[in-house]
Design a binder for this molecule. Structure first.
Ligand SMILES: N[C@@H](CCC(=O)N[C@@H](CS)C(=O)NCC(=O)O)C(=O)O
Length: 258
């Protein structure tokens, strides 16, 4: 039975895991209450939010009495529980391809993007704060692996081997994306799907963050795909919800092909 009631999304910027359910809700035309959590202020580990998601990670969504976590599973729930355009392809092979890409992004490529992002952005953003306060904030993090990630980001302790492996995966992932988008208009099928929403949230800033690997000459299909997603009204509305410079990176997609 489908749940009824108000939808509230607990999210950070339109980016990565937060951006996935945000953009899905906009594409489906589902009205939702936005509850912004400032990840850099450690809002996600405060008692009010831990009462919603005891793991202390973002995003989470409530629908009536139901509490949902895990961004990709939330996207699939939103697609199935609400009217609006279907965002999982009806053809079984296309649906398999959509799930293949989402799994690849979530488990293999995403963590590498994330490690690079945490080392160049998250760590430096909080590093100058009072060390005792930072230590106390980290001690409040429920998941041990997130405590490790925060400590490494703050002290710049991701090893050269870890960073090199992340760069290797990013380069390989860009190659696979370019190849797939040379075969069809969208990532999984001939229609826009959750795989595109998932992929865009990780890859929208590629031309800015990896300009030597992703640009109009080397990866024309990736650039075509990113610009087509950025041009959608739902994407524009979603990215307007950004509050920091992180979300502004999407404007790189306003540039014309070289
Ligand atoms: N697998 C989870 C991962 C959630 C996750 O780790 N989110 C990050 C932000 S993208 C987070 O909450 N980080 C905060 C922290 O580690 O303190 C999902 O897809 O929802």
């Amino acid at each position: 039975m489908t749940e009824t009631g108000r939808v509230t999304l607990y999210h950070w910027e339109p980016n990565a895991n937060s951006g996935k359910p945000m953009l899905t809700l906009f594409e489906k035309g589902v009205a939702f209450e936005s509850h912004y959590l400032d990840l850099l202020a450690f809002d996600q580990h405060k008692p009010d939010y831990l009462a919603i998601n005891p793991l202390g990670t973002i995003p989470a969504m409530t629908h009536g009495d139901l509490v949902l976590t895990e961004s990709t599973a939330i996207m699939e729930y939103v697609d199935e529980a609400f009217p609006g355009p279907k965002l999982m392809p009806p053809d079984p092979v296309d649906a398999w391809r959509a799930r293949w890409w989402m799994k690849f992004m979530d488990q293999w490529l995403g963590p590498s993007f994330s490690m690079i992002g945490w080392s160049v952005f998250i760590g430096p953003s909080v590093r100058s704060r009072d060390p005792a306060e930072l230590d106390a904030a980290i001690e409040r993090i429920p998941l041990p692996e997130r405590r490790v990630a925060w400590r490494k980001a703050i002290s710049g302790a991701f090893s050269p081997e870890e960073m090199a492996e992340s760069q290797r995966r990013v380069a390989l992932g860009i190659g696979l994306l370019e190849e797939a988008l040379g075969k069809r208009e969208w990532l999984a099928s001939d229609s826009y799907s959750l795989a595109d929403i998932n992929g865009f949230n990780l890859a929208y800033a590629l031309p800015l963050s990896q300009p030597h690997l992703s640009n109009d000459t080397l990866t024309p299909n990736i650039l075509r795909w990113l610009r087509a997603i950025y041009a959608r009204p739902a994407t524009k509305a979603c990215w307007k919800m950004g509050r920091t410079d992180m979300a502004k990176r999407v404007t790189i997609l306003e540039s014309e092909p070289a």
